[in-house]
Design a protein around this ligand. Sequence first.
Ligand SMILES: *Cc1c(COP(=O)(O)O)cnc(C)c1O
Length: 347
Amino acid sequence: MKYLDLRSDTVTAPSEEMRDAMRNAIVGDDVLGDDPTVKVLEKMGAELFGKEDCLLTVSGTMSNQIAVLSLTSRGDQIIVHDMAHIYNLELAGLALISGVQPRVLKAIGGKYNLEELKENIITKQIQTSPTTLICMENTFNLNQGLVVGKDHIDEVCKIAHSHGIPVYMDGARILNAASSLNMEVDELCENIDVVSLCLSKGLGCPIGSLLAGPKEVVAKARRMRQMLGGGWRQAGVIAAAGIVGLENWKEVIAADHKKAQVLANGLADLGLKINQVQTNIINIGLEDLNITASDFCNRLLELGVKAKEIGPYNVRMICHKDIELQDLDRVLDSCKKLINVYEVKQH
Ligand SMILES: *Cc1c(COP(=O)(O)O)cnc(C)c1O
Protein backbone atom coordinates (compact mmCIF):
# COMPACT_ATOMS: atom_id res chain seq x y z
CA MET A 1 0.00 0.00 0.00
CA LYS A 2 1.24 3.50 -0.84
CA TYR A 3 0.86 5.56 2.29
CA LEU A 4 -0.32 9.13 2.09
CA ASP A 5 1.92 10.82 4.63
CA LEU A 6 0.48 14.03 6.06
CA ARG A 7 2.43 14.03 9.32
CA SER A 8 4.64 16.90 8.15
CA ASP A 9 5.98 18.78 5.15
CA THR A 10 9.41 17.49 6.20
CA VAL A 11 8.52 14.11 4.65
CA THR A 12 8.80 15.61 1.15
CA ALA A 13 11.44 13.96 -1.02
CA PRO A 14 13.72 15.71 -3.53
CA SER A 15 12.22 15.85 -7.02
CA GLU A 16 13.96 14.37 -10.06
CA GLU A 17 14.95 17.90 -11.10
CA MET A 18 16.48 18.44 -7.67
CA ARG A 19 18.35 15.14 -7.79
CA ASP A 20 19.72 16.03 -11.24
CA ALA A 21 20.89 19.40 -9.93
CA MET A 22 22.57 17.70 -6.97
CA ARG A 23 24.25 15.19 -9.26
CA ASN A 24 25.56 17.94 -11.53
CA ALA A 25 26.51 20.49 -8.87
CA ILE A 26 29.90 22.14 -9.19
CA VAL A 27 31.46 21.86 -5.74
CA GLY A 28 34.44 23.00 -3.68
CA ASP A 29 35.46 23.09 -0.03
CA ASP A 30 32.92 25.40 1.56
CA VAL A 31 34.85 25.76 4.83
CA LEU A 32 37.63 27.28 2.71
CA GLY A 33 35.01 29.41 0.92
CA ASP A 34 35.48 27.51 -2.33
CA ASP A 35 32.05 26.07 -3.11
CA PRO A 36 30.49 28.09 -5.95
CA THR A 37 27.07 26.44 -5.67
CA VAL A 38 26.81 27.29 -1.97
CA LYS A 39 27.73 30.87 -2.84
CA VAL A 40 24.95 31.05 -5.43
CA LEU A 41 22.37 29.77 -2.93
CA GLU A 42 23.55 32.11 -0.17
CA LYS A 43 23.30 35.04 -2.58
CA MET A 44 19.79 33.94 -3.55
CA GLY A 45 18.89 33.74 0.14
CA ALA A 46 20.25 37.22 0.89
CA GLU A 47 18.22 38.63 -2.01
CA LEU A 48 15.07 36.74 -1.06
CA PHE A 49 15.19 38.19 2.46
CA GLY A 50 16.57 41.58 1.44
CA LYS A 51 19.51 41.19 3.82
CA GLU A 52 23.23 41.82 3.34
CA ASP A 53 24.38 38.25 3.70
CA CYS A 54 23.17 34.69 4.18
CA LEU A 55 24.49 31.38 5.50
CA LEU A 56 23.50 27.83 4.59
CA THR A 57 23.18 25.72 7.73
CA VAL A 58 22.28 22.11 8.38
CA SER A 59 18.81 22.61 9.88
CA GLY A 60 16.28 25.04 11.23
CA THR A 61 17.33 24.09 14.73
CA MET A 62 20.95 24.90 13.92
CA SER A 63 19.98 28.27 12.39
CA ASN A 64 17.98 29.14 15.50
CA GLN A 65 20.75 28.23 17.91
CA ILE A 66 23.46 29.91 15.85
CA ALA A 67 21.34 33.06 15.59
CA VAL A 68 20.96 33.31 19.37
CA LEU A 69 24.64 32.47 19.87
CA SER A 70 25.61 35.23 17.43
CA LEU A 71 23.32 37.91 18.85
CA THR A 72 23.69 37.45 22.62
CA SER A 73 26.23 36.96 25.42
CA ARG A 74 26.07 34.37 28.20
CA GLY A 75 23.73 35.37 31.00
CA ASP A 76 21.62 37.68 28.83
CA GLN A 77 17.86 37.44 28.81
CA ILE A 78 15.96 36.85 25.60
CA ILE A 79 12.22 37.10 25.02
CA VAL A 80 10.49 34.11 23.41
CA HIS A 81 6.92 32.91 22.86
CA ASP A 82 5.68 30.16 25.17
CA MET A 83 4.84 27.88 22.25
CA ALA A 84 7.90 28.60 20.12
CA HIS A 85 10.02 25.84 18.59
CA ILE A 86 13.23 27.52 19.79
CA TYR A 87 12.02 27.27 23.40
CA ASN A 88 10.19 23.94 23.42
CA LEU A 89 11.73 21.64 20.85
CA GLU A 90 15.45 22.29 20.82
CA LEU A 91 16.60 20.41 23.93
CA ALA A 92 17.11 23.54 26.04
CA GLY A 93 19.75 24.66 23.56
CA LEU A 94 19.20 28.26 24.63
CA ALA A 95 20.52 27.36 28.05
CA LEU A 96 23.10 24.80 26.98
CA ILE A 97 24.60 26.47 23.91
CA SER A 98 24.12 30.21 24.39
CA GLY A 99 23.69 30.24 28.17
CA VAL A 100 20.86 32.75 27.96
CA GLN A 101 17.78 32.96 30.16
CA PRO A 102 14.51 32.85 28.24
CA ARG A 103 11.77 35.23 29.40
CA VAL A 104 8.70 33.45 28.19
CA LEU A 105 5.64 35.44 27.14
CA LYS A 106 2.21 34.23 26.06
CA ALA A 107 1.71 34.06 22.35
CA ILE A 108 -1.75 34.11 20.91
CA GLY A 109 -1.39 33.40 17.22
CA GLY A 110 2.30 34.24 17.42
CA LYS A 111 1.63 37.79 18.52
CA TYR A 112 3.04 39.45 21.59
CA ASN A 113 0.92 41.62 23.81
CA LEU A 114 2.88 44.80 23.13
CA GLU A 115 2.42 46.25 26.63
CA GLU A 116 3.61 43.00 28.18
CA LEU A 117 6.52 42.96 25.75
CA LYS A 118 7.62 46.46 26.80
CA GLU A 119 7.36 45.56 30.49
CA ASN A 120 9.59 42.54 29.95
CA ILE A 121 12.47 44.36 28.33
CA ILE A 122 14.93 44.48 31.19
CA THR A 123 17.77 46.96 31.40
CA LYS A 124 21.14 46.23 32.92
CA GLN A 125 21.21 47.12 36.63
CA ILE A 126 23.15 45.81 39.60
CA GLN A 127 20.65 42.98 40.09
CA THR A 128 19.41 42.42 36.55
CA SER A 129 20.67 40.90 33.36
CA PRO A 130 19.73 42.79 30.20
CA THR A 131 17.33 41.68 27.50
CA THR A 132 19.38 41.49 24.33
CA LEU A 133 17.14 39.68 21.84
CA ILE A 134 13.48 39.27 20.96
CA CYS A 135 12.49 36.14 19.06
CA MET A 136 9.47 35.65 16.82
CA GLU A 137 8.17 32.77 14.70
CA ASN A 138 6.29 32.89 11.39
CA THR A 139 4.25 30.91 10.59
CA PHE A 140 3.28 30.23 14.19
CA ASN A 141 3.50 27.48 15.31
CA LEU A 142 4.21 24.05 13.90
CA ASN A 143 0.77 22.78 14.93
CA GLN A 144 -1.21 25.82 13.79
CA GLY A 145 0.51 27.45 10.83
CA LEU A 146 -0.87 30.90 11.64
CA VAL A 147 0.42 33.92 9.78
CA VAL A 148 1.92 36.82 11.71
CA GLY A 149 1.30 39.95 9.64
CA LYS A 150 3.76 42.69 8.85
CA ASP A 151 1.99 45.23 11.08
CA HIS A 152 2.64 43.19 14.21
CA ILE A 153 6.19 42.35 13.17
CA ASP A 154 6.90 46.03 12.58
CA GLU A 155 5.45 47.03 15.96
CA VAL A 156 7.64 44.46 17.74
CA CYS A 157 10.69 45.63 15.77
CA LYS A 158 9.97 49.25 16.61
CA ILE A 159 9.82 48.51 20.34
CA ALA A 160 12.94 46.32 20.17
CA HIS A 161 14.96 48.77 18.14
CA SER A 162 14.01 51.70 20.39
CA HIS A 163 15.85 49.73 23.11
CA GLY A 164 18.73 48.84 20.79
CA ILE A 165 17.64 45.18 20.74
CA PRO A 166 17.63 43.07 17.55
CA VAL A 167 14.73 40.84 16.50
CA TYR A 168 15.27 37.28 15.30
CA MET A 169 12.59 35.59 13.24
CA ASP A 170 12.40 31.79 13.20
CA GLY A 171 11.03 31.67 9.69
CA ALA A 172 11.08 27.91 9.21
CA ARG A 173 7.81 28.41 7.27
CA ILE A 174 8.17 32.10 6.40
CA LEU A 175 7.48 31.29 2.74
CA ASN A 176 4.05 30.02 3.79
CA ALA A 177 3.45 33.28 5.63
CA ALA A 178 4.54 35.41 2.67
CA SER A 179 2.47 33.32 0.27
CA SER A 180 -0.64 33.61 2.44
CA LEU A 181 -0.17 37.38 2.72
CA ASN A 182 0.60 37.60 -1.00
CA MET A 183 3.65 39.61 -0.01
CA GLU A 184 7.31 39.47 -1.02
CA VAL A 185 9.54 37.88 1.63
CA ASP A 186 11.89 40.87 1.76
CA GLU A 187 8.98 43.22 2.39
CA LEU A 188 7.60 41.01 5.17
CA CYS A 189 11.07 40.82 6.76
CA GLU A 190 11.98 44.46 6.12
CA ASN A 191 12.51 45.38 9.77
CA ILE A 192 13.59 41.98 11.08
CA ASP A 193 17.31 41.87 11.83
CA VAL A 194 18.04 38.18 11.38
CA VAL A 195 15.76 35.56 9.86
CA SER A 196 15.90 31.86 8.95
CA LEU A 197 14.09 29.57 6.56
CA CYS A 198 13.84 25.76 6.27
CA LEU A 199 14.69 24.33 2.86
CA SER A 200 13.75 20.85 4.02
CA LYS A 201 10.03 21.44 4.56
CA GLY A 202 7.63 22.53 1.80
CA LEU A 203 10.40 23.01 -0.74
CA GLY A 204 11.33 19.34 -0.64
CA CYS A 205 15.10 19.68 -0.15
CA PRO A 206 16.70 16.77 1.70
CA ILE A 207 18.43 19.03 4.25
CA GLY A 208 19.26 22.66 4.91
CA SER A 209 18.25 26.03 6.27
CA LEU A 210 19.16 29.60 5.39
CA LEU A 211 20.07 32.25 7.96
CA ALA A 212 20.12 35.84 6.69
CA GLY A 213 21.07 39.15 8.27
CA PRO A 214 23.66 41.91 8.44
CA LYS A 215 27.17 41.07 7.15
CA GLU A 216 28.86 41.11 10.54
CA VAL A 217 26.18 38.91 12.15
CA VAL A 218 26.39 36.35 9.36
CA ALA A 219 30.20 36.39 9.64
CA LYS A 220 29.87 35.56 13.34
CA ALA A 221 27.18 32.96 12.56
CA ARG A 222 29.61 31.29 10.13
CA ARG A 223 32.15 30.89 12.94
CA MET A 224 29.48 29.63 15.35
CA ARG A 225 28.32 27.10 12.74
CA GLN A 226 31.91 25.88 12.52
CA MET A 227 32.12 25.55 16.31
CA LEU A 228 28.98 23.40 16.38
CA GLY A 229 30.44 21.10 13.74
CA GLY A 230 28.29 22.49 10.95
CA GLY A 231 31.15 23.56 8.71
CA TRP A 232 30.75 21.43 5.64
CA ARG A 233 32.99 20.74 2.73
CA GLN A 234 31.42 19.95 -0.69
CA ALA A 235 28.07 21.34 0.45
CA GLY A 236 27.23 22.40 -3.11
CA VAL A 237 25.46 19.05 -3.45
CA ILE A 238 23.03 20.26 -0.78
CA ALA A 239 22.94 23.86 -2.01
CA ALA A 240 21.98 22.71 -5.51
CA ALA A 241 18.75 21.28 -4.08
CA GLY A 242 18.08 24.56 -2.30
CA ILE A 243 18.52 26.53 -5.52
CA VAL A 244 15.94 24.37 -7.31
CA GLY A 245 13.60 24.65 -4.32
CA LEU A 246 13.77 28.43 -4.27
CA GLU A 247 13.32 28.81 -8.03
CA ASN A 248 9.61 27.97 -7.99
CA TRP A 249 8.65 28.26 -4.33
CA LYS A 250 5.66 30.50 -4.97
CA GLU A 251 3.79 27.94 -7.07
CA VAL A 252 4.64 25.03 -4.78
CA ILE A 253 3.63 26.76 -1.55
CA ALA A 254 0.46 28.29 -3.02
CA ALA A 255 -0.57 24.82 -4.23
CA ASP A 256 0.01 23.41 -0.73
CA HIS A 257 -2.27 26.06 0.73
CA LYS A 258 -4.98 25.29 -1.80
CA LYS A 259 -4.79 21.59 -0.93
CA ALA A 260 -5.04 22.43 2.78
CA GLN A 261 -8.20 24.46 2.14
CA VAL A 262 -9.79 21.62 0.17
CA LEU A 263 -8.86 19.07 2.82
CA ALA A 264 -10.00 21.29 5.70
CA ASN A 265 -13.37 21.90 4.04
CA GLY A 266 -13.82 18.17 3.41
CA LEU A 267 -12.93 17.32 7.02
CA ALA A 268 -15.31 19.96 8.34
CA ASP A 269 -18.07 18.47 6.15
CA LEU A 270 -17.45 15.15 7.93
CA GLY A 271 -18.22 16.90 11.21
CA LEU A 272 -14.64 17.23 12.38
CA LYS A 273 -13.58 20.33 14.27
CA ILE A 274 -10.94 22.19 12.28
CA ASN A 275 -8.80 25.15 13.30
CA GLN A 276 -8.63 28.26 11.18
CA VAL A 277 -6.46 27.10 8.27
CA GLN A 278 -4.28 29.94 6.99
CA THR A 279 -1.43 27.99 5.40
CA ASN A 280 -0.65 24.29 4.94
CA ILE A 281 -1.32 23.06 8.50
CA ILE A 282 -4.61 21.54 9.65
CA ASN A 283 -5.30 20.90 13.33
CA ILE A 284 -8.19 18.49 13.91
CA GLY A 285 -10.01 18.50 17.25
CA LEU A 286 -11.60 15.15 18.19
CA GLU A 287 -12.97 15.95 21.63
CA ASP A 288 -16.59 16.30 20.46
CA LEU A 289 -16.47 12.89 18.75
CA ASN A 290 -14.77 11.42 21.79
CA ILE A 291 -12.10 9.75 19.68
CA THR A 292 -8.59 9.88 21.07
CA ALA A 293 -5.86 11.16 18.79
CA SER A 294 -3.88 7.94 19.07
CA ASP A 295 -6.94 5.85 18.16
CA PHE A 296 -7.67 8.13 15.22
CA CYS A 297 -4.10 7.99 13.91
CA ASN A 298 -3.78 4.21 14.36
CA ARG A 299 -7.01 3.51 12.50
CA LEU A 300 -6.10 5.98 9.78
CA LEU A 301 -2.74 4.25 9.39
CA GLU A 302 -4.52 0.94 8.73
CA LEU A 303 -6.32 2.73 5.90
CA GLY A 304 -3.04 3.99 4.45
CA VAL A 305 -2.99 7.54 5.75
CA LYS A 306 -0.42 8.92 8.17
CA ALA A 307 -1.36 11.82 10.44
CA LYS A 308 0.36 13.17 13.56
CA GLU A 309 -0.93 13.00 17.10
CA ILE A 310 -0.28 16.39 18.72
CA GLY A 311 -2.38 16.11 21.87
CA PRO A 312 -4.80 13.73 23.59
CA TYR A 313 -7.61 14.82 21.24
CA ASN A 314 -5.74 16.69 18.53
CA VAL A 315 -4.30 15.47 15.25
CA ARG A 316 -2.22 17.38 12.72
CA MET A 317 -2.26 17.04 8.94
CA ILE A 318 0.11 19.04 6.76
CA CYS A 319 -0.31 19.39 3.00
CA HIS A 320 2.81 19.36 0.86
CA LYS A 321 4.08 18.81 -2.67
CA ASP A 322 4.13 14.99 -2.44
CA ILE A 323 0.40 14.88 -1.74
CA GLU A 324 -1.59 15.57 -4.91
CA LEU A 325 -4.94 17.29 -4.93
CA GLN A 326 -6.59 14.03 -6.07
CA ASP A 327 -4.99 12.14 -3.15
CA LEU A 328 -7.19 14.14 -0.79
CA ASP A 329 -10.24 12.08 -1.79
CA ARG A 330 -8.55 9.02 -0.34
CA VAL A 331 -7.70 10.91 2.84
CA LEU A 332 -11.30 12.06 3.21
CA ASP A 333 -12.72 8.62 2.39
CA SER A 334 -10.50 7.09 5.04
CA CYS A 335 -11.61 9.64 7.64
CA LYS A 336 -15.22 9.03 6.72
CA LYS A 337 -14.86 5.25 7.14
CA LEU A 338 -13.15 5.73 10.46
CA ILE A 339 -15.81 8.06 11.82
CA ASN A 340 -18.64 5.76 10.62
CA VAL A 341 -17.10 2.72 12.28
CA TYR A 342 -16.70 4.73 15.43
CA GLU A 343 -20.27 5.96 15.48
CA VAL A 344 -21.66 2.45 14.85
CA LYS A 345 -19.50 1.10 17.66
CA GLN A 346 -20.74 3.73 20.09
CA HIS A 347 -24.46 3.03 19.51
C1 LIG B 1 10.77 22.71 11.68
C2 LIG B 1 10.96 23.91 12.52
C3 LIG B 1 12.21 24.20 13.09
C4 LIG B 1 13.38 23.24 13.04
O1 LIG B 1 13.81 22.88 11.80
P1 LIG B 1 14.66 21.54 11.62
O2 LIG B 1 15.21 21.70 10.26
O3 LIG B 1 13.73 20.40 11.78
O4 LIG B 1 15.72 21.55 12.66
C5 LIG B 1 12.33 25.37 13.80
N1 LIG B 1 11.29 26.19 13.96
C6 LIG B 1 10.08 25.94 13.45
C7 LIG B 1 8.98 26.91 13.65
C8 LIG B 1 9.87 24.77 12.72
O5 LIG B 1 8.66 24.51 12.22
